[in-house]
Design a protein around this ligand. Structure first.
Ligand code: ZN
Length: 57
């Protein structure tokens, strides 16, 4: 199953440490935490909001 960052919606996340697999780190935004998204549709929404907020015009 694909997992997504709850802050920016990126699928580019990894375990902080393989031993402590309950914690994740997002390589895109630096998020670290136990909570991740497994719903692709929700991740899409999060991603859109994140890009809207962080895109430089
Ligand atoms: Zn992220």
């Amino acid at each position: 199953m694909v997992k997504y960052c709850p802050r920016c919606g990126s699928a580019n996340i990894e375990w902080v440490l393989p031993q402590t697999w309950s914690k994740w780190r997002c390589k895109d935004c630096g998020y670290i935490g136990a909570f991740i998204i497994e719903d692709g549709k929700l991740a899409d929404e999060v991603r859109k909001e994140w890009l809207k907020k962080h895109q430089k015009k």
